[in-house]
Design a protein around this ligand. Structure first.
Ligand SMILES: Cc1ncc(COP(=O)(O)OP(=O)(O)O)c(N)n1
Ligand SMILES: Cc1nc(C(=O)O)sc1CCOP(=O)(O)O
Ligand SMILES: [Mg+2]
Length: 221
């Protein structure tokens, strides 16, 4: 079954920021480069900075993404998403519940859920109204070394839910193609995008992988 793309979701590169990798004064330039290279979704993920910094940075990214017509997702924090007018939120299994986030943000919000490698978690997330299902980690991740591993087969099995799937964890331009052919609609990337080197060029390379391997890319709603 083709997944239901709605609320501005499209297959492609999902750029995720990290405050330990991207110096604060380079955040806007780094995300601008990712957008220029074709990122179709951006997540603001900052696990450590003070609330005032997170509010300021999330507002700046919302401005950038708004101009680019790309949805901004806030990691962990539905309240911050509401405050800055972001498109939605990403929630893990230990975060606030999908139901609480939906009640706060409304039906139009984009809510993604971490399902690790577990189809039952995916079923639950689907039944509760998740807009995308995230699976991982598929490779060793320097950003989150302790994330539980997932098997590529889960991507094909998750097609039954008719929701876009995201793959995450150690993804690079060299190992991403297999995940797309296995069924990933989005590749969520931190280090393989924002690590040292030319971010825009790497974003373009990821976009090329989708052009070559995803049946619905480029997706025009
Ligand atoms: C797209 C995407 N997938 C998975 C995660 C991980 O979420 P979570 O398990 O809540 O872990 P933290 O990111 O909060 O450390 C994600 N953020 N994005
Ligand atoms: C935030 C996160 N969640 C994961 C999961 O498996 O749920 S892996 C991960 C880190 C992704 O960063 P990188 O692209 O640098 O590996
Ligand atoms: Mg989380």
């Amino acid at each position: 079954m083709n997944p239901a793309f709605s609320k501005g979701l499209r297959p492609g590169l999902y750029a995720i920021t990290d405050e330990q990798l991207i110096p604060a004064d380079q955040l806007v330039a780094a995300v601008t480069a990712a957008l220029r290279g074709g990122a179709v979704l951006v997540q603001y993920r900052d696990k450590h900075s003070p609330d005032s910094v997170r509010l300021d940075q999330a507002s700046q990214l919302q401005g950038l993404c708004g101009e680019a017509g790309v949805p901004l997702i806030i990691n962990d924090d539905p309240q911050l998403a509401k405050r800055v007018g972001a498109a939605g939120v990403h929630l893990g299994q230990g975060d606030q519940t999908l139901t609480d986030a939906r009640n706060l943000l409304g039906d139009d919000a984009l809510i993604g859920i971490t399902c690790h490698g577990d189809l039952e978690l995916a079923r639950l997330a689907h039944d509760q109204g998740a807009d995308y299902l995230a699976f991982g980690r598929f490779f060793q991740s320097a950003t989150k070394p302790g994330a539980p591993p997932a098997n590529r087969q889960v991507l094909a099995q998750a097609r039954q839910f008719g929701r876009p799937t995201t793959a995450i964890g150690g993804i690079t331009v060299h190992n991403g193609a297999d995940l797309i052919t296995s069924g990933a609609d989005l590749l969520a990337v931190v280090g393989g995008l924002f690590g040292p080197g030319d971010v825009e060029q790497r974003a373009r390379q990821f976009s090329r992988l989708f052009a070559d391997h995803h049946p619905l890319y480029p997706f025009h709603p």
